[in-house]
Ligand binder design. Sequence first.
Ligand SMILES: C[S@@+](CC[C@H](N)C(=O)[O-])C[C@H]1O[C@@H](n2cnc3c(N)ncnc32)[C@H](O)[C@@H]1O
Length: 355
Amino acid sequence: MLSFMSAKEAAEKWDISQRRVAILCSEKRIDGAMMVGNMWIIPSTAEKPIDKRTVRYEKTKTITLKPFVKWVGGKSQLVDEIEKMLPADGKKVLTKYAEPMVGGGALFFNILSKYDFEELYISDINAELINAYKAVKDDVNNLITKLNEMQMTFLPMDENGRKYFYYSVREKFNSTVLSAETATEKAAQFVFLNKTCFNGLYRVNRKGQFNVPMGAYKNPTICDDENLRNIHEALQNVTIVCGDYSLSKSFIDKDTFVYLDPPYRPISETSAFTSYNSESFDDNEQIRLAQFIDEINKLGAKIVLSNSDPKNVNEEDNFFDDLYRNYKINRVEANRAINSKGDKRGKINELLICN
Ligand SMILES: C[S@@+](CC[C@H](N)C(=O)[O-])C[C@H]1O[C@@H](n2cnc3c(N)ncnc32)[C@H](O)[C@@H]1O
């Protein structure tokens, strides 16, 4: 007689999530699986399907997703270097991806464009940024409508009209409290301000109010509907969390690739790279992060951490070399603005630290 197991039992047997089992059943990838009532039952003899998602690093996807906001410290230049740190095909199967300090997500969107991870997790301490990610995931049509309206109003205006419009959006953004009712409106304002403000900076004053002046872009793309819709699709199996990176510990396990990109230790006296929010990321914060990395290292996760190299400024500064003495430390070259005005650029080293 044919015996069956539940989706929960199959999940335990095959060491995958129950949700994944349900997806495999509905995709007809498990012979003999049947829906009874609202539950899947699976023949006890069924083999775990060979899941294309566990064939890592096969570049099967064709859509290119781009970050939908500009973000200070964005890692577009380092994406290729970081990608090389994914374990080579076949060596280790990683099914989960976590980026707990996602910012604009240069690496995250590259990964989403190319690889099939089963589960993904992103977070950031910046509530407005995370609200924008959630609006793209959950309410993309309304977000696009609002952004298109702003784009059509703003772009034809002259300099004075644009200034008036920009500062009135900034004022509304600062005076509106984030809530379920205001979420999409605030997300649209956030994306608009990001695309039109000076250098895409996100800086707030002591009261937490966004205070970046208008930028000087001639024809900024405020609403890239196609990219937003593609991101919307791709975000559907991504958990999006607003909060401290340490919350990601409950998601991370031995099958997880974790990329951490904390705010920089300033590389010059004048640089203001740490003003993402009212809290700065000082050396004690860097030490707390290193302790967290030790914890997830013990869980068996594959970890990559990037940071600025303090040796760019002071050859004797061994802060990160000491903090991460038990890890591999790679120095890679990047072009970066080396002062807060962004007008002085040069080649500097970035640190890529991994286990
Ligand atoms: C260098 S940026 C990340 C840039 C990102 N890799 C990109 O490509 O755009 C650092 C991010 O860490 C976030 N952050 C700062 N402190 C944090 C914390 N304690 N927990 C989570 N995120 C934090 C900041 O809001 C910022 O978005």
